[in-house]
Design a binder for this molecule. Sequence first.
Ligand SMILES: Nc1ncnc2c1ncn2[C@@H]1O[C@H](COP(=O)(O)OP(=O)(O)O)[C@@H](O)[C@H]1O
Ligand SMILES: [Mg+2]
Length: 348
Amino acid sequence: MAEPLLEVEDLTVSFRTDDGAVQAVRGVNLSVQAGEVLAVVGESGSGKSVTAMSLLQLLPPTAEITGRVSWQGEDLLSVPPERIREVRGGEIAMIFQDPLTALNPVYRVGDQIVEMVLAHEKVGRAEARKRAIEMLDLVGIPQPDRRVDQYTHEFSGGMRQRAMIAMALACDPKLIIADEPTTALDVTVQAQVLEVLADLAHRMGTAVVLITHDLGVVAGMADQVSVMYAGRIVESGSVDQVFDATGHPYTSGLLASLPRLDGDVDAPLLPIPGQPPSMLAPPPGCAFNPRCRWASEEAGCFTVLPPTAERSPGHRSACHRADELMAAGLLDRLAGAATADVGDRGAM
Ligand SMILES: Nc1ncnc2c1ncn2[C@@H]1O[C@H](COP(=O)(O)OP(=O)(O)O)[C@@H](O)[C@H]1O
Ligand SMILES: [Mg+2]
């Protein structure tokens, strides 16, 4: 396989707080190939945003970071701030959940795209404006030559998020990191905006890291999936591997909590019982053990950190009992394996 565009190795981030160290990210490995869409999925608090922000040195000074972030061979954790400013926007663009944090209400939307282009490319203002109109058109904003002169408050939520995508794509980045880009939008608009993003990324050959808490949006748009729990990647592989040959009880639980794809709209959605752990004192052994129906003493779930092992080529998971549970079909989506309460623990 070609050298990855972005490779994150053994990334850890902990925050100094008055209550102690918050271990937000605990040894994350990620790899993104050129032109590929990688989804990073996990419940709120699992460390997705902190991982994304550490890549571009966006964390506050209370963060202690170790590991390696290799961007086309360059270690982003140790490059000087000038270089990071060049990478940010020009080579790696970020799209956040709330477009209003990135779109300035006092400037016209088009001018913000123009400034973005001018900051990163040697073109004149007229050319940059032409580019802005093209980009607005490309992301499906109607009458882009008129919209280009409007302000953010004249845009609907979905249109703002499209404008963010236009701004992100305006400099032709190699990678877009989209952190829950559509969470604030209603479901139909979410699907439209993600479709625009995936379609453009594929057409322009841009890689995307799509961060989401919703495994449901992943199936239609990602190539690869990494599932994150309590600061670690617990499963990674292609969409087909993760959905159809699930290798971790947590992923299995996320799948069981999705609306059914097989048309049975009356089937109950089964949320994973319990809460993710506090990252001030995550449980020893497997961090998912308090919520896992299959956790057992004999397998070491309460005492030994599960190693990440390959289940098939390119498919990895970190669960002591993965091979056994997978062979018995107990992690299949419809088995609802992780949904029973932990009182049933171990019954196989
Ligand atoms: N600046 C910070 N100081 C202390 N703790 C933080 C800070 N930012 C995030 N955290 C903690 O790090 C953990 C991971 O957060 P985050 O990456 O935002 O989760 P996610 O994006 O997956 O919802 C959470 O426990 C969160 O409270
Ligand atoms: Mg987040």
